[in-house]
Design a protein around this ligand. Structure first.
Ligand code: E4P
Length: 214
């Protein structure tokens, strides 16, 4: 499973990319708004920090507008993947963009049916939102598990980005389910590195080393 960061915060991406673990990044209009900067400012900076895909979302809700935005966004960098909402106009846009060789990430996916439609329309990536399903009492991880099963069963090449991840348990479970990618918020990514026994063990090693010099 590849690791993407789910943030538009350039400093956070730079910090974690230095660890060599972050392959790509996903953003959305809410994440961009949190930075107090514009999409046009942050996307090129993010593209300079990571090796892999950087999702930038359209704000149009009609096919023509989405396609026009997408064509403009991909001019920023060949790393840009255009994030398109899972609505009828969005799928029409995905079909057109796929024919032009423009990569898409169909976002706001909450059901197996939506996932299949996005894949059949030609999406490069599809993003099931786990946390938001959990929020309404459904099982977000189960959607990812079912998507992995169905995509394998029908040999669909669309990659699954487990999104709306809220905790380490989500990460562990989508990893076990076989998601191609997890897009992870900075806080959760930092937590993944930590274990009290690592700190305890390191302290003991250093203490023993110091004592061995006496
Ligand atoms: C996906 O690409 C979205 O940016 C993101 O995962 C949404 O997560 P949220 O439900 O925590 O806002």
């Amino acid at each position: 499973m590849k690791i993407f960061m789910d943030t538009a915060n350039v400093a956070e991406i730079a910090e974690m990319a230095a660890l060599g673990v972050v392959y790509g990044v996903t953003t959305n209009p809410s994440l961009i708004a949190k930075t107090g900067r514009t999409q046009a400012e942050v996307i090129p900076e993010i593209c300079a920090l990571v090796e892999g895909p950087v999702s930038a979302e359209v704000i149009s809700t009609d096919c023509e507008g989405m396609v026009a935005e997408a064509r403009k966004l991909v001019k920023i960098s060949d790393k840009v993947v255009v994030k398109i909402p899972c609505i009828a106009e969005g799928l029409k846009a995905v079909k057109i963009l796929a024919a032009e060789g423009i990569k898409t990430n169909v976002t706001l996916v909450f059901s197996l049916g939506q996932a299949l439609l996005a894949a059949r329309a030609g999406a490069t990536y599809v993003s099931p939102f786990i946390g938001r399903l959990d929020d309404i009492g459904e099982n977000g991880v189960a959607l990812v598990e079912n998507m992995v099963k169905v995509f394998r069963q029908y040999n669909l090449s669309t990659q699954i980005i487990a999104a709306s991840i809220r905790n380490m348990e989500h990460v562990d479970k989508v990893m076990l389910a076989g998601a191609d990618i997890a897009t992870i918020p900075t806080k959760v990514l930092k937590e993944m590195l930590l274990h009290p026994l690592t700190d305890k063990g390191l302290a003991q090693f250093l203490e023993d080393y110091k004592n061995s010099l006496k």
